[in-house]
Design a protein. Structure first.
Length: 228
């Protein structure tokens, strides 16, 4: 991935099976990744956990290993209320020691951030970006515009959900948090660079070549496809 020139490397997200690993296993993964990357790309480590104090400890482990940022999904058994969600994120952002990227992942947490909530969270000290689920392609322009208006000027809002991510990027999304890039980093990077160059037609054409992979992701989940 570093040879492909990716902008960031994400560790221990959903496809990194972080929810199923012990703290020691996650800490060891942090250390191995940091050693392997060796500063050639910034490392963003997922620290989602059911307990706020555990998420803070995971954040400190990531910092000690050499991560540049942390990614936090609002993991819970019972979906959090808005007040609980903000309190959790604020505590981790304030205590974890590194910049925090917030992950709005309704598939995993059963909580969908409203644009207003995204804007509120974006203003918390220590929160530097948001990762949101890419909307369906036809809705990308409107959704990205609403999110950008709700957040502070210049606040980066990136997108996951690979099969819809290209349209979100074209609609001025700030980043692609990609599962596919762990398998095919070169073409994923070229899609991003095409969007940055203003060549939406090329980005869409390249994205279309990945349609067989998108069908597998949608049918079986990206985690199962990557793991198998």
């Amino acid at each position: 991935m570093t040879a492909a020139g990716v902008d960031w490397i994400g560790l221990l997200g959903s496809t990194g099976t972080s929810a199923y690993l012990s703290r020691d296993e996650r800490r060891r993964a942090d250390e191995i990744a940091a050693e392997t990357v060796s500063g050639r790309a910034p490392l963003r480590v997922s620290i989602g956990a059911l307990r706020t104090d555990k998420a803070i400890r995971l954040a400190r482990d990531a910092q000690a290993a050499g991560a540049a940022e942390r990614l936090l999904a609002a993991v819970s058994y019972t979906p959090l209320t808005e007040a609980e969600l903000v309190g959790h994120l604020e505590a981790v952002a304030g205590e974890g020691g590194l910049p925090l990227v917030i992950f709005d992942d309704p598939n995993a947490t059963d909580v969908q951030f409203s644009p207003e909530l995204t804007g509120r969270i974006a203003r918390l000290p220590g929160v530097v970006a948001a990762r949101c689920r890419a909307p369906e392609q036809a809705a990308a322009g409107a959704r990205v515009s609403v999110l950008r208006m709700a957040a502070p000027a210049g606040f980066p809002i990136g997108f996951s959900g690979d099969w819809n991510a290209t349209e979100a990027l074209i609609a001025r999304g700030a980043a692609w948090f990609s599962v596919a890039a762990s398998l095919f980093p070169q073409i994923s990077r070229v899609i991003v660079r095409a969007v940055e160059a203003g060549d939406a037609d090329r980005a869409r054409a390249l994205n279309a070549t990945l349609e067989p992979l998108w069908r597998l992701f949608k049918a079986h989940s990206s985690l199962r496809v990557v793991e198998r």
